[in-house]
Design a protein around this ligand. Structure first.
Ligand code: XBP
Ligand code: MG
Length: 249
């Protein structure tokens, strides 16, 4: 029986990477007087590494930045990341990034159907709170029984740890749940935890390898905004709870 839905956040609930995280990183770099700038294609490459602090370190190494040799670079990255989070939360407060099509409707339908909800993400907890409360309202934070986020597990996606953490907290087995992801790193994490996974890809992840997914579509769709991929594959306009139950088998 399908008991619960577990959602990734970045790229799945909203296109937060390009218009949220990337912008917040650049604001933090500028404010710190650094000449680092992540344009859209560069950021797409950096998404290979999940986690903001980890991504900055990866950038220093792959772009051979002189700062990488500074003895206190880890502390500097932690400070930069704290500023980046502050900017990100402010961007969310300004409602810069809307939810993706079908997200609000499906969450509501799932709640009405008695399905339990949770979040499994790599991003910092404040970022999740900021996105949810500024799109779905303050009350929506209570819709999710567990919000597994950020450094709560030592190994971020593609490791399965964050999904395993959520499953353990909810006292559910992977067979009782469905995961929602948007990226290769995401599906490696959810499949690694044994979860059937529905993919809604986006501009950054459309060409990712989604082998093992239960369904791969452009977005969840809404009655007035059908999913072209879902129409092609299943002759339906949008993902609903009935379809989730069928996918879950
Ligand atoms: C999301 C991420 C996050 C954000 C940045 O991956 O990789 O690192 O880009 O968030 P996923 P922080 O959607 O697979 O969870 O800067 O707060 O780490
Ligand atoms: Mg994601």
């Amino acid at each position: 029986m399908l008991e619960a839905l577990i959602f990734d956040v970045d790229g799945t609930l909203a296109d937060t990477e390009r218009d949220g995280h990337r912008v917040a990183f650049n604001l933090a770099f500028e404010e710190a007087g650094l000449d680092w700038h992540w344009d859209e294609p560069t950021y797409g490459e950096l998404l290979a590494v999940t986690g903001g602090k980890e991504r900055m370190k990866h950038y220093l190494e792959t772009h051979d930045r002189p700062e990488r040799h500074e003895p206190d670079i880890d502390e500097r990255i932690r400070e930069l990341h704290a500023q980046k989070t502050r900017h990100y939360v402010e961007l969310m407060r300004q409602s810069r990034v809307p939810l993706r099509p079908g997200v609000q409707r499906l969450l509501q339908e799932a709640r009405d159907a008695g399905l339990r909800l949770a979040i499994a993400t790599t991003t910092t907890p404040q970022n999740v709170t900021a996105l949810l409360s500024n799109t779905l309202g303050e009350d929506s934070l209570d819709w999710f029984e567990v919000i597994g986020a950020g450094d709560i597990v030592p190994k971020k996606k593609p490791g399965p740890d964050i999904y395993e953490y959520v499953l353990e907290k909810m006292k559910l087995s992977p067979e009782q749940c469905l995961a929602f992801e948007d990226s290769r790193n995401g599906i490696l994490s959810s499949l690694g935890a044994g979860l059937k996974t529905l993919i809604t890809y986006n501009g950054y992840t459309a060409d990712d390898d989604f082998g093992g997914a239960a369904l791969v579509i452009d977005h969840l769709g809404d009655p007035d905004r059908p999913s072209a991929e879902l129409q092609k594959q299943k002759g339906r306009d949008f993902v609903d709870v009935e379809l989730l139950r069928a996918l879950h088998g």
